[in-house]
Write a protein that binds this ligand. Structure first.
Ligand code: ZN
Length: 136
């Protein structure tokens, strides 16, 4: 993973074989950013997605093997227990251009992943993994 500061945000590039969440959180640590918003495109493989069942109040997890185009990676970085926490959703296209998507639990970069990060000047505090609370 390498990154560059732009005038209006940051661009980070994760390389083949890197874990998506790990790369993004490593970027936060290196760049010293703690709150913000991400959007990304690229290609990933071996993805675990979640669907939050509101009645059971739990995630249904599903694994997708193989490589996919990242049509859209969207999410935010907030503080949870005073540590940077990534909440991201992802849309993926397979070889036939069929889409799947959901809450991102795990994905490995298969070619590259280009993520644009916009830092929030205000703190974004997460009270639990499911809800955000804005303080200050
Ligand atoms: Zn989610």
């Amino acid at each position: 993973m390498h990154w560059k500061k732009l005038t209006n945000g940051y661009l980070l590039i994760a390389d083949k074989g890197e874990d998506v969440e790990e790369a993004i959180l490593n970027f936060c640590s290196e760049a010293g950013v703690r709150h913000g918003f991400i959007s990304g495109i690229g290609a990933v493989r071996d993805v675990e997605l979640g669907y939050y069942d509101v009645e059971l109040k739990e995630y249904k997890r599903k694994f997708f093997g193989g490589s996919f185009e990242v049509v859209s990676l969207l999410g935010n970085i907030s503080l949870y227990n005073n540590k940077e926490f990534l909440h991201a959703h992802i849309s993926l296209a397979d070889r036939g251009n069929n889409l799947v998507g959901g809450h991102l639990f795990k994905a490995t970069v298969s070619v590259t992943l280009e993520v644009f990060f916009i830092e929030s000047k205000e703190e974004i505090i997460r009270e639990d993994k499911g809800s955000l609370k804005l303080i200050r």
